[in-house]
Design a protein. Structure first.
Ligand code: ASP
Length: 358
């Protein structure tokens, strides 16, 4: 199978690993820390990586740093895939999922189907720190958050409510909902909503960090699949799927179609790939090939979704890969965010297939 690795990653692999020219080359997975912090995130996390790297430079723990980074996105009403302002479930209620892993202490925490609390990543961290459990869900997770002083609030913004209503109104002509537009002024709003609905907007933020000592942590936080069936849990809060950290090797995470990631235990698979010597990029590509194999490589079926993986090795080497290089009705190139000693930037992800239909 052909796959695509951007030039910037080939260069980086040569600098850090030496062995990777192309293809699944050998990689020093258990390399020593390079002595400078590196943070990677999904493409919506550039500001998050900047916050996290600033915290690391000030001496913060890797998990505190990445959670502070993703809190920016959880608080941002304009990001409709994470935290406050996230798109709701099919009944119009926002349900959030998140997980954290702390490499130095090999601990993990997570929450799923959490309502009314805008920072599920902080609650996931508290599950890790203050309980003997790893995952709390639904009502129990909410009570736990309230017990720890989190304020309940309505997470559904007007913008997200409008998109959800449009989805409900345009879903079927065999029910009594819409789609009549009340006035022409709503047409632009409807067009925006139709685009989000057509693409079944995916998002989520995954953020991974290694510090100068080689300690590693990660976090993944999301409002999940837009218009999901209430109670649906995606990959983000599942340790080994949307997030995995092994302080001896590295970390990985995912965004995109969670069900496909769960079926191959995406993040764990990638970290194990790095342990076997794959570079971060190649470990992500290998995991994506397993997803493709579930559909016998049938691109028509694979075109129904996209899936993105991110990986960071203990050495500070990083990479990302997506099933599709460019995806969506307003085609968007798959990218990821990095902050390190060379500044902050978005880099092209590697990918298995170029554009659905080709
Ligand atoms: N991976 C998330 C989930 O399936 C959604 C996303 O990243 O868009 O819940």
């Amino acid at each position: 199978m052909r796959y695509f690795v951007p030039m910037q990653m080939k260069r980086r692999a040569v600098v850090l690993g030496g062995a990777l020219a192309s293809g699944l080359g050998a990689f020093p997975a258990l390399a020593q820390a390079v002595g400078r912090p590196v943070v990677v995130a999904s493409a919506n996390g550039l500001a998050a990586t900047e916050t996290a790297i600033a915290r690391l430079k000030a001496g913060a723990d890797t998990l505190d740093a990445v959670v502070a980074g993703v809190n920016l996105v959880e608080d941002d009403p304009e990001d409709m895939t994470v935290g406050y302002g996230g798109l709701p479930n099919e009944e119009g209620e926002v349900e959030l999922d998140a997980s954290v892993m702390h490499g130095p202490t090999s601990r993990a925490g997570a929450v799923a189907s959490l309502k009314q609390i805008k920072n599920p990543s902080k609650v996931a961290k508290l599950v890790m720190e203050r309980t003997d459990h790893v995952l709390l869900v639904g009502e129990g997770a909410l009570r736990f958050a309230v017990a720890h002083g989190f304020a309940k609030q309505d997470l559904l913004t007007e913008k997200a409510r409008t998109v959800w209503l449009r989805w409900k109104e345009t879903m079927s002509d065999k029910d009594d909902w819409g789609p009549g537009l009340a006035d022409p002024g709503e047409a632009a709003q409807a067009a925006m909503a139709d685009w989000i609905i057509a693409d079944r907007l995916t998002g989520t933020i995954n953020c991974l960090a290694v510090d100068g000592r080689g300690d590693i942590s990660g976090v993944t936080t999301t409002s999940g699949l837009a218009f999901k069936i209430p109670g649906r849990v995606g990959d983000s809060p599942l340790i080994g799927c949307g997030l995995f950290v092994d302080n001896a090797v590295g970390a990985a995470g995912s965004t995109g179609r969670g069900e496909e990631c769960i079926k191959i235990n995406g993040a764990h698979t990638i970290v194990e790939g790095m342990r076997r010597g794959l570079s971060p990029t190649d470990a992500c590509l290998e995991a994506l090939k397993r997803v493709a194999a579930h559909y016998s490589g049938d691109r028509r079926k694979l075109a129904q979704f996209n899936l993105h993986f991110y990986a960071l090795a203990k050495s500070g080497a990083h990479g990302a890969a997506s099933l599709w290089g460019t995806y969506g009705s307003k085609p968007k190139r798959s990218r990821y965010a990095v902050s390190d000693g060379d500044g902050s930037r978005l880099l092209d992800s590697a990918y298995l297939f170029e554009v659905p239909g080709r």
